[in-house]
Structure formats: structure tokens, C-alpha cells
Design a protein around this ligand. Structure first.
Ligand code: PMP
Length: 361
């Protein structure tokens, strides 16, 4: 049988493992930070009508510039942004890939602050970019001094700042982001995939874009917007950055169906985002209840919680899975990550994990 090693694969891909969150059909799936609330039925009907209309024109290529979608995303983001500052792709993973294709590549480096989103390293390797990581402060926080010292040390072509950070949940202050943008010579990407779950009143890095042409703020419709299956991510940046991304995207990369569906969802943004407050309160409930039984939850501004104090993470992961509850082993010693679900899903998780509480040991 042929194995990967037998193939003339690129040397820098040899021995690598693909992105691999387990895909299992379970009653309570809290492992990939989705919004677990289904799409409201009236919104679904509107999206179906728009997709149906788009199907009649599938003989033609879609709008390569996804003009209407960029306008709708600009309007959704606010902050005085217009559509020439907006880019979109099939999930923010593809948006990030476009950034690495345009600004990374052989001989260039991208810097992140570990532990952070595992796809950054994979996207870097796929684009031939060297991926370097630096550490964080206590409790996975990232202060300006620590971040700036890493930039001085590595002088990266790109910085990937995940704010709030996956898998730790830790928010990143605008002070840190500003200091990074000031210190870095290259492109600074602030990945705000989870920003809608931040505590109300928390400012977005979008407020820093004006006058910073190398700053990029990436977002997704996969999380708060409950649209992970549609694959729509986007970013805001200087129009010159958008021009750079046009050089690397595939022609017509956003299908007419994706554009129609995303426009439908954005037309109902309030309804699509209606569950965010409820999810945030389940997240806070997870943190409070886990701390109450002796686990050590880290500060989260996202829709998930990383918690330490787990004796044997793999055994706990398996025991919960046996009860139909899927959470995430992220390879951090003594720690597991769980997504905040509906109230019922969160209750199921909390009841199942209580058996393993340090307080019970
Ligand atoms: N950034 C972060 C920090 C993420 O956690 C994820 C999804 N897990 C993504 C980007 C990519 O999401 P998507 O491609 O669905 O937009």
C-alpha cells in the first residue's frame, strides 16, 4: 500500500498532521466552538429564497468582486468602513490563507503567541512561511511588553494576534494590539473570530484601523453568526491590502450560492446574533460552576472556556464522550476546552464533569 512517505510530497510537508478536530455525531457537540443554536426558521426561508434565485444564474460565474456582499459586510461592521476596505472568502481560514499567500511565503516569517489557534501554523506551512511562536504571560494573558519583546526578537513579516485567543479564551487589550502595531514592521492580523462574545462595551481592533495601513482585522460568520456551515469569513483593512489579496485569490472563489446565503444571513443580522447574550451567560456559568468545584477556568472573552485542574484530560474526554458529550483535548497539560452551548447542553456538560471535580478527589 502506498503511504504518504512514498509520494514526492514537498519536503516541508513531510511528517505533518492535518487539522484534526474529531468529527463525531453526538447529542452534545461542544468541541469546535460553533454556535449550537440553530438558525431561526424565518431566516432560513429567506436564505432559501435567495439561494433559489441565484441557482437560476449558475450557468454564469459569480460576481468575482462580491460587491454586494462587501457592501453588506461593511454596513454590518460599521466604524465608518466602506466596501473597498472589505475582503471575504470561504471561512476566515481562507481569509488568513490569502494574507499568508500575499505577505508570507518562502524566506518570510509569521509570529504567533502560543498556545494559539492551531491553523496558523498549518496555514504558514502550506504557504511556505516560517511559523515562529513566542510565549504568553501568566494565565495565558498577553501584555504589551511581552508581545513587543517577541516582535523585537523575531522581526516577523506577519504577526497573528488571536483576540480573544483560541484555545485559551483570553481577551487581548487594545493597548497590546496598539503596541504590536507600532512595533511591527510587517502586517499585523488581529483575528477577531470570537469578538462578538466579548463583554459588552469591549472595543474592537476595528477602532484602530484608521491611519494604520498594515493592520488587518479578520472576522467570521462561523461563530456568533451561527453560519459555520456556509463558510464565510471576512476582514477589514486598508484598500491597498485588499488589492494585495486580489493577487492571490482564485478567480470566483466565493460561489454565487455562498454570496446569496451570506447576504440573506446579513439581512437578518439581529436575529442571527440574538443568541449571543445567552451564550455569553452560559460561558460565564461554566466558568463560575467549574471554579466552584475546584477546576481552574481561564478568563474568557469567547464562547468557550479553557479549564485546568484536570488530572487525566484524556480519561475525562473519553468518559464524557461515552455520555454523548464531545469537548476538546487541546494538548495542554491538565486542561480541557468546552464550548458554551444551549442551557440544556451546558447543564449536561456540567453534570457530567462534576464527577471528575478536584473538589471530589
Ligand atoms: N480563527 C479562529 C481563532 C478560530 O478559532 C477559527 C475556527 N475554529 C477560525 C479562525 C476559522 O473559522 P472559519 O474558517 O470557520 O471562519
Amino acid at each position: 500500500m502506498t503511504s504518504l512517505d512514498d509520494l514526492p510530497i514537498r519536503d516541508d510537508l513531510r511528517g505533518r498532521t492535518p487539522y484534526g478536530a474529531p468529527q463525531k455525531s453526538v447529542p452534545v457537540a461542544l468541541n469546535v466552538n460553533e454556535n449550537t443554536h440553530p438558525i431561526p426558521e424565518d431566516v432560513a426561508h429567506d436564505i432559501v429564497a435567495r439561494v433559489a434565485a441565484a441557482i437560476l444564474s449558475l450557468n454564469r460565474y459569480p460576481d468575482r468582486e462580491f460587491t454586494e456582499l462587501r457592501e453588506a459586510l461593511a454596513e454590518y461592521l460599521g466604524h465608518g468602513l466602506d466596501s473597498d476596505r472589505i475582503w471575504a472568502a470561504n471561512g476566515s481560514n481562507e481569509v488568513l490563507q490569502h494574507l499568508l499567500q500575499a505577505f508570507g511565503g518562502p524566506g518570510r516569517t509569521a509570529l504567533g503567541f502560543a498556545p494559539t489557534y492551531s491553523m496558523y501554523g498549518l496555514l504558514a506551512s502550506g504557504t511556505g512561511t516560517e511559523w515562529v511562536t513566542s510565549g504568553r504571560d501568566a494565565d495565558y494573558e498577553l501584555g504589551a511588553d511581552t508581545a513587543v519583546a517577541a516582535i523585537r526578537e523575531h522581526d516577523p513579516d506577519l504577526v497573528l494576534l488571536c483576540a480573544p485567543n483560541n484555545p485559551t479564551g483570553t481577551p487581548v487589550s487594545l493597548d497590546t494590539i496598539t503596541a504590536v502595531a507600532d512595533a511591527a514592521r510587517g502586517i499585523v492580523v488581529v483575528d477577531e473570530a470570537y469578538v462578538e462574545f466579548a463583554d459588552p462595551g469591549t472595543p474592537s481592533a476595528l477602532t484602530l484601523l484608521e491611519g494604520r495601513p498594515r493592520l488587518v482585522v479578520s472576522r467570521t460568520m462561523s461563530k456568533a453568526f451561527a453560519f459555520a456551515g456556509a463558510r464565510v469569513g471576512y476582514l477589514a483593512a486598508d484598500p491597498a491590502v485588499i488589492d494585495a489579496l486580489r493577487l492571490v485569490r482564485l478567480p470566483y472563489h466565493l460561489s454565487a450560492l455562498t454570496q446569496a446565503a451570506a447576504l440573506g444571513a446579513l439581512a437578518h443580522a439581529d436575529e442571527m446574533l440574538a443568541m449571543v447574550d445567552e451564550i455569553r451567560s452560559q460561558r460565564d456559568r461554566i466558568s463560575t460552576e467549574l471554579a466552584g468545584i475546584g477546576f481552574r477556568p481561564y478568563r474568557s472573552g469567547a464562547n468557550f472556556v479553557l479549564f485546568g485542574g484536570v488530572d487525566d484530560p484524556h480519561a475525562v474526554f473519553e468518559a464524557l464522550l461515552a455520555r454523548g458529550i464531545l469537548i476538546r483535548e487541546i494538548g495542554l497539560p491538565g486542561s480541557l476546552r468546552v464550548t458554551a452551548g444551549t442551557e440544556a447542553e451546558t447543564t449536561a456538560f456540567l453534570e457530567a464533569i462534576a464527577v471528575f471535580a478536584p473538589a471530589n478527589a
